[in-house]
Design a protein around this ligand. Structure first.
Ligand SMILES: Cc1ncc(COP(=O)(O)O)c(C=O)c1O
Length: 369
C-alpha cells in the first residue's frame, strides 16, 4: 500500500475471524485468557483495537512503530519522560501552551533543562545547542500563531549535534506533512483533532522512524505509566482515520477561501494562514506540506473586546476550544491560555470545518459587522 487514501482505509483492518465481520468489534475486556492467538494479556499493555490502530498510524506516517495514549498531552509527556535528568531540550517559543507548561512547570522539577527559541531563526537554534542537548521540539504549523518550521533544516542541526528532532504535527496531520521523511525522528499527534475528526474522543500518538532504545523507553512508559486509550476510543479513532484524507481536502479548501476573505475584510488587520503568499512561512510550507491545513488565526481591529464580541456573534462557528472536527469552531484564544499566554489579545483561532463555504463566509461576515 503506497497511497495514503488506501492506507487510511485498509491498514489495521483485520476482519473478525470468528464472525466474518468486515468492521472490527470493540474489545472492552480488561483481561484475556492466557495462550490466545494475539498474545493479549491485559488491556493496559495491549488491546486488539489498539494494536490495529497503531498498525494503521505507523503506516500512515511511514514510521517503524506507533505508541498511542489517552490524549495528545500524554503522548507529548511520553516523549519527554524518555529523557533523563540533566538532559537539555530546545523548544519552539510558540509551542502549544500545554507543552510549554509541561516542561517549564513540571519537568524542570525532575531536572530537565530547556531553552526556548524561535525555530524559524536557524541561527538562534544553532546558538541554543549545548553539549547535553538531547531533543529539539518543533511544532509546525504552530498553535495558535501558525509559524512554519523548516523540518529538514532543524533535523540537520539536531543530528549534527547528536540530538534528535521531535515534531508535533497535529495541525498538519500525516496527510499533509510527512515529518519523518523530512528528517524528524519522532512525530506526535493529538489524535483528538483531525485524526479522530469528529470531536468525540481524546487521544494521542507517538510515531518513530526506528524501533530503537528511545522507542523502547516510550513504549515502556505507555504500559507502565498507563495513560492508555480505551478499546472504544481506539475503535472510534480508527473509524475516523478512514476518512482523514478526504476530510483534509475539504478543510484545506474551506480554510483557503476563508483566509482570502478575511485578508480583504476591513475589520481584520492580520490573517495567519500559511497558504497566503503574504505568510512569512509560505515558501517553506509549500515545500514541506501537500496543502496548508484547516486552521487559521485572525486578529481583528478593536482589540480583545472586539475579538470577544466576534467569537460571541458567530452562529455556525461554535465558540469552543479544540479543533480538527467536521464542525467549525472559533475561540478567543489568549484568555483560554491564562496568565502565561504570549498570544495577542485580539486573536481569534479558527478551526474551519466542512460546512458549505458560502455559509461559513456569510457567518463570519455577519459576526464582523
Ligand atoms: C499542537 C497541539 N499539540 C498537542 C495538543 C494537546 O492535545 P490533547 O488536547 O489531545 O491533549 C494540542 C491541543 O490543542 C495541540 O493543538
Amino acid at each position: 500500500m503506497k497511497n495514503i487514501e488506501t492506507i487510511a482505509i485498509q491498514a489495521g483492518r483485520n476482519p473478525d475471524s470468528a464472525t466474518g465481520a468486515v468492521m472490527p468489534p470493540i474489545h472492552l475486556s480488561s483481561t484475556y485468557i492466557r495462550g490466545n492467538d494475539g498474545d493479549f494479556v491485559y488491556s493496559r499493555s495491549d488491546n486488539p483495537n489498539r494494536r490495529a490502530l497503531e498498525e494503521c498510524l505507523a503506516m500512515l506516517e511511514g514510521g517503524a512503530g506507533a505508541i498511542t495514549f489517552a490524549s495528545g498531552m500524554a503522548a507529548v509527556a511520553g516523549v519527554f519522560q524518555a529523557l533523563s535528568k540533566g538532559d537539555h531540550v530546545i523548544l519552539a517559543d510558540d509551542t502549544y501552551f500545554g507543552v510549554r507548561e509541561l516542561v517549564t512547570i513540571q519537568l524542570v522539577r525532575w531536572g530537565l533543562e530547556y531553552s526556548m527559541v524561535d525555530m524559524t531563526d536557524l541561527d538562534a537554534v544553532k546558538a541554543a545547542i549545548k553539549p547535553n542537548t538531547r531533543l529539539l521540539w518543533a511544532e509546525t504549523p504552530s498553535n495558535p500563531m501558525l509559524k512554519i518550521t523548516d523540518i529538514s533544516a532543524i533535523a540537520d542541526i539536531a543530528h549534527e549535534s547528536g540530538a534528535i528532532l521531535g515534531v508535533d504535527g497535529t495541525w498538519a496531520t500525516p496527510m499533509l506533512q510527512p515529518a519523518l521523511e523530512l528528517g524528524a525522528d519522532v512525530v506526535v499527534h493529538s489524535t483528538t483533532k483531525y485524526l479522530g475528526g469528529h470531536s468525540d474522543l481524546t487521544g494521542g500518538v507517538i510515531i518513530t522512524r526506528e524501533e530503537d532504545s528511545f522507542y523502547e523507553l516510550m513504549r515502556f512508559n505507555q504500559a507502565i505509566g498507563g495513560g492508555v486509550p480505551s478499546g472504544f476510543d481506539c475503535w472510534l479513532l480508527l473509524r475516523g482515520i478512514r476518512t482523514l484524507p478526504f476530510r483534509m481536502r475539504g478543510h484545506c479548501a474551506n480554510a483557503m477561501q476563508l483566509a482570502r476573505f478575511l485578508a480583504d475584510h476591513p475589520a481584520v488587520h492580520t490573517v495567519y494562514y500559511p497558504g497566503l503568499e503574504s505568510h512569512p512561512g509560505h515558501d517553506i510550507a509549500k515545500r514541506q506540506m501537500k496543502d496548508f491545513g484547516g486552521m487559521l488565526s485572525v486578529r481583528v481591529n478593536g482589540g480583545g473586546e472586539m475579538a470577544d464580541k466576534v467569537a460571541g456573534a458567530t452562529k455556525i462557528f461554535a465558540r469552543a476550544t479544540s479543533l480538527g472536527g467536521v464542525e467549525s469552531l472559533i475561540e478567543h484564544r489568549a484568555p483560554v491560555e491564562g496568565e502565561t499566554t504570549q498570544t495577542p489579545m485580539d486573536l481569534l483561532r479558527v478551526s474551519v470545518g466542512l460546512e458549505h463555504i458560502d455559509d461559513l463566509l456569510a457567518d463570519f461576515a455577519q459576526a464582523l459587522n
